[in-house]
Write a protein that binds this ligand. Structure first.
Ligand SMILES: Cc1cc2ncn([C@H]3O[C@H](COP(=O)(O)O)[C@@H](O)[C@H]3O)c2cc1C
Ligand SMILES: O=C(O)c1cccnc1
Length: 344
C-alpha cells in the first residue's frame, strides 16, 4: 500500500525571517507567548512569512468497536449511531462549537454498526458494521485496515482549505486508544486507561484487564500497521490515513483528545515528520492523555478538563490559531507605526 510521504518543515533561513517578522511587531519580544510559537510553526508549514488560514474543516470519523462487548464503556453501543444522527441534526457539542467558530464539519461513517438511511450530509465510507472484538481476534483484517487508511487519504484529497481538525465518535474507543498507546509507547496499561465516558474505578481496572489479556493474546504484534489493525478501529485507521495525507499536503492538523492522539501515534510512527504539522488543541481529562502528549513532546493549547472527543477542542482552539496567523499578517511593526524600540 502506498502511504503519503511527509517532509519535515525545518528551514533555517525562513525560521530567521519569521523570527524577525514576529519581533518587528509592536510588542515586547516573546510577549505573545505561545501565539508566537504557533505563528512560527504556521510559517514553516506554509513556507512563507505571510500565513493565511483558509476554509477550516473538522472531520468527525465514527465507528463501532467489537470490544464494547466486554463491558468497557458506561454507554451502550447504540449511542454511536444515535450521536451520528445528533451530529447530522446539528445538536451535539461539536456542532455548537464549530458553528460558533465558523468551522465546517464533515461527518464520516467509517464503520458504525447501524444502517443509516440515505443522507446527503453523511459521508459513507463504512468498512463494516463495527470491528471484531480484539479480546478474541484482530479488530480488523489487514485489508480492512488498508481500506480505512486509503479512504482517509481520499477524503483529505477532496478538501479545499488548509486547516483540518480531527474528531471521532465510537463507543468503547478509549479502550482501543489505550491499547494502541500501550503497544506504541510501552507505557504500562494501568497508565494508559481512563474513565472514558465515566466508568467507575472498578470499571477502569476491568478495562485494564481486558487490554492486558488482549495484549498477551496478540503477543508478537509489533509492527505499527499490525498494531493498528489488531487493536484500532475503523474511525481510528481512517483518521490516521487522513492525517498522513493532510500533512503531505502541508495542511495544519488540529489534534483533539485521547483517541485522536492515539491515531496520531500510529501516523507518527509511520512518518515522524507529521508532528511538524500538528497543533495540539488541548490536554484532555482522560487519564492517559497527558503522558501520551508527553511522548510526542506536544504542548497543548487548552486545558479545560474536557473529555468528550468529537473534535470539540479543535473547534475551541481554532480562534487561537487564527489569532496567531492574524497578528503575524496584520500587526503593525515598530517601523510602520513609529513606536520607539526597546532601550539598550
Ligand atoms: C452521549 C455521548 C456523546 C459522546 N461524544 C463523544 N463521546 C466520546 O465517548 C466515547 C468513548 O468513551 P468510551 O470508551 O467510554 O465509550 C467516544 O464515542 C467518544 O467520542 C461521547 C460519549 C457519549 C456517551
Ligand atoms: O479525550 C478524549 O478525546 C475523550 C475522552 C473520553 C471520552 N471520549 C473522548
Amino acid at each position: 500500500m502506498h502511504l503519503p510521504f511527509i517532509t519535515a518543515t525545518a528551514n533555517a533561513a525562513l525560521s530567521m525571517q519569521l523570527d524577525a517578522a514576529i519581533d518587528s511587531k509592536t510588542k515586547p519580544p516573546g510577549s505573545l507567548g505561545m501565539l508566537e510559537v504557533l505563528a512560527r510553526q504556521l510559517g514553516l508549514i506554509q513556507q512563507t512569512t505571510s500565513v493565511a488560514l483558509t476554509e477550516p474543516v473538522i472531520l468527525v470519523f465514527a465507528g463501532d468497536h467489537g470490544v464494547a462487548a466486554e463491558g468497557v464503556s458506561a454507554y451502550p453501543q447504540s449511542v454511536t449511531w444515535q450521536m451520528v444522527e445528533n451530529f447530522l441534526a446539528q445538536g451535539a457539542a461539536i456542532n455548537v462549537f464549530a458553528r460558533q467558530n465558523g468551522c465546517a464539519l464533515v461527518v464520516v461513517d467509517a464503520g458504525v454498526n447501524h444502517a443509516f438511511g440515505p443522507r446527503d450530509s453523511l459521508v459513507d465510507r463504512k468498512i463494516a458494521y463495527g470491528t471484531q472484538n480484539f479480546a478474541n481476534q484482530a479488530a480488523m483484517t489487514t485489508a480492512q485496515c488498508a481500506q480505512a487508511l486509503a479512504d482517509g487519504i481520499a477524503l483529505v484529497d477532496e478538501l479545499q482549505g488548509n486547516v483540518v481538525g480531527f474528531g471521532e465518535m465510537g463507543i468503547a474507543n478509549t479502550t482501543a486508544g489505550a491499547a494502541l498507546m500501550h503497544k506504541l509507547t510501552g507505557i504500562p496499561v494501568s497508565d494508559c486507561v481512563g474513565a472514558g465516558t465515566g466508568v467507575s474505578a472498578e470499571g477502569v481496572r476491568h478495562k485494564q484487564h481486558v487490554i492486558e489479556a488482549a495484549v498477551s493474546h496478540h503477543a508478537g504484534v509489533d509492527d505499527p500497521l499490525a498494531i493498528l489493525a489488531t487493536f484500532g478501529g475503523f474511525e481510528i485507521a481512517m483518521m490516521a490515513g487522513a492525517m498522513l495525507r493532510a500533512a503531505e499536503r502541508r495542511m495544519v492538523l488540529l489534534i483533539d483528545g485521547f483517541i485522536v492522539t492515539s491515531a496520531l501515534l500510529v501516523a507518527a510512527r509511520l512518518q515522524p515528520a507529521i508532528l511538524d504539522y500538528c497543533v495540539f488543541a488541548h490536554c484532555s481529562g482522560e487519564h492517559g492523555h497527558k503522558r501520551m502528549l508527553d511522548t510526542l513532546a506536544a504542548r497543548p493549547l487548552l486545558q479545560l478538563d474536557m473529555r468528550l472527543g468529537e473534535g470539540t477542542a479543535c473547534a475551541l482552539a481554532l480562534p487561537l490559531l487564527q489569532a496567531a496567523a492574524g497578528f503575524l499578517r496584520e500587526m503593525a511593526t515598530f517601523g510602520s507605526a513609529q513606536v520607539a524600540e526597546k532601550l539598550d
